[in-house]
Design a protein around this ligand. Structure first.
Ligand code: NAD
Length: 521
């Protein structure tokens, strides 16, 4: 199935690596990069190397933030907040409009960097930057719509209304698989809300963070604002933990595994601050007997193997109605056999590498466990015999008593189930701890509405005739249960980045008390 001969060092990787240095230079990535920025660049912590998951070469080294560096960044973000919060929201939106334009100018280079450092295919790398641009556009419009409600007061001559104020410094913790877009979902919205922020990216993808931060620094400096968007590259257990415990940070927005989310949720709740948690998924598609196979096939294959199964919304479980099970399984196996696995920068490639050796091991362990529990590998199932972290996208025929199907294995494994009636399929879909994304493929209105009803999908995202991955930024994004309950991006997600104030204004010459209480002096 692998297109490159076993054991060979693919020549296209070598050529790409040479071309690569050009775009790294254009993005300001050097051999040694300082990993903290509050407008200026510095870093006095240990060294962190970033490796290309495709061929394993070291791309560059980052000088991480020390505890002192972190404290300096917090100080600068706090100072910047004093002026940024007093800048009118539409003027803040104007800076974000310029940032969106700057990201457009660098879209190609940034997309290549995402692809090079994280391993997703080029069109997904560019798509990720497009998502960052889209959320910038959304935030620009939002900067003129940070509205509150007015209510009728029970007291005569009184007016009551809600207003929304900036919150302060927002801590943004991001996962490796969306090294640019997840920051943008948070940063663009937080910025127009009047917050300043500190970004702690994944240590697996620090260079993308540095490139995005450099662009932001330039745009903010041109507008006379520094310290609004800040970066600290460092380990979760060091800089990350410092941020969680820091009472200067009223909100931590964290994207990553459920394990990480539990820790962050506990610590942040322990100091009565807020968190937005965007955690792991275990997403499923239900295919009814009347579903259109021409839609099912591309949606399932892209959902399961896109980004090499390393999306929070990747399709991990597929429930197919008994009468169309064999036909669906056959067409999926055929499609999987035609996939091109290889260099993510090659436009013909469908599936790039996993992020690192650890991810390959986790996939191998999950497959072994599935087989032990009675699963049957229908296609794939192995690591590719070539350099880099390449694996074969895998389909496993599964049954509902298997424990492994309850876990999110961050790799291209699709568990395939047969079902009898829709209620059974919905129960199996909901019968896991995570609750991020879900979909049904059907041409039957009743099945579609049942899936979307109160007794249907229990996930934050529920789609009809659309796969589980690739959400648009206009809607609120996030999931229920162990996925953490947070919402980011569109709709009214902005409210989480602001503090609500209820104001009652007395324009009468009396002082009536609420609830008719008398207190005569
Ligand atoms: P991870 O949990 O290993 O790391 C995520 C981030 O948390 C990293 O920046 C890491 O350094 C940081 N971190 C870890 N421990 C920390 C601590 N104690 N304090 C502060 N920061 C800490 O996740 P990953 O492997 O980078 O990403 C994959 C996971 O992310 C998957 O579970 C995936 O589903 C999830 N994810 C969820 C969404 C979503 O929106 N729901 C989006 C993308 C990824």
């Amino acid at each position: 199935m692998c297109v490159v001969p076993a054991g060979a060092e693919p020549t296209e990787f070598k050529e790409n690596r040479i071309a690569m240095r050009d775009f790294l230079t254009r993005l300001g990535i050097e051999e040694m990069n300082p990993g903290a920025s509050d407008g200026e660049w510095f870093g006095s912590g240990g060294e962190l190397e970033s490796f290309c998951p495709t061929a394993g070469e070291r791309i560059a080294v980052v000088r991480q933030a020390s505890a002192d560096d972190y404290d300096r960044v917090v100080k600068r973000a706090g100072k910047a907040f004093e002026t940024w919060r007093m800048t009118p929201a539409p003027a803040r939106g104007e800076v974000i409009r310029q940032l969106g334009l700057a990201m457009r100018d660098h879209k190609k280079d940034l997309g290549m960097l995402v692809s090079y450092e994280m391993g997703k295919i080029l069109s997904e790398g560019e798509g990720e930057i497009q998502e960052a641009i889209d959320i910038a556009d959304f935030a620009v419009g939002l900067s003129r719509q940070l509205y509150g409600l007015t209510m009728h007061s029970e007291r005569p001559g009184h007016r009551m209304y809600e207003q929304w104020h900036p919150l302060g410094i927002v801590g943004i913790v991001t996962a490796f698989n969306f090294p640019a877009a997840v920051w943008a979902w948070n940063a663009m919205i937080a910025a127009v809300c009047g917050d300043t922020m500190i970004w702690k990216p994944s240590s697996k993808t620090p260079l993308t963070a540095i490139a995005m931060q450099k662009i932001a620094n330039r745009v903010f400096a041109d507008n006379g604002h520094e310290g609004v968007m800040n970066l600290v590259v460092g380990r979760g257990s060091e800089v990350g933990e410092r941020m969680l415990h820091d009472r200067n940070i009223p909100l931590i927005s964290a994207t990553g595994s459920c394990r990480m989310g539990r820790r962050i949720g506990e610590v942040v709740a322990g100091r009565l601050a807020r968190s937005i948690l965007e955690l792991g998924g275990n997403n499923a598609i239900i295919v009814t007997a009347d579903a259109d196979p021409a839609l099912v096939l591309p949606a399932v294959v892209f959902g399961a193997v896109g980004t090499a199964g390393q999306r929070c919304t990747s399709t991990r479980r597929l429930f197919v109605e008994r009468s169309v099970f064999d036909r669906t399984a056959e067409s999926l196996i055929k499609a999987y056999k035609s996939l091109t696995i290889g260099d993510p920068l090659d436009e013909k490639t469908h599936v790039g590498p996993l992020i690192d050796e650890g991810a390959v091991k986790e996939m191998e362990e999950a497959i072994a466990k599935a087989v032990e529990e009675g699963g049957e590998v229908l296609v794939g199932g192995k690591r590719c015999d070539r350099p880099g972290n390449f694996v074969e996208p895998t389909i496993i025929k599964a049954h509902k008593d298997m424990k492994i199907v309850r876990d999110e294995t961050f790799a291209p494994i699709l568990y395939l189930f047969e079902y009898g009636d829709l209620d059974e399929a919905i129960a199996m879909q909901n019968g896991v701890d995570q609750g991020l994304s879900s979909a049904i493929f059907t041409t039957n209105l009743l099945s579609a509405e049942t899936f979307l009803s109160h007794r249907g999908s229990d996930c934050g995202i529920a789609n009809v005739n659309i796969g589980t991955s690739g959400a648009e930024i206009g809607g609120a994004f996030g999931g229920e249960k162990d996925t953490g309950g947070g919402r980011e991006a569109g709709s009214d997600s902005w409210k989480a980045y602001m503090r609500r104030q209820t104001c009652t204004l007395n324009w009468s010459r009396e002082l009536p008390l609420a609830q008719g209480v008398h207190f005569d002096l």
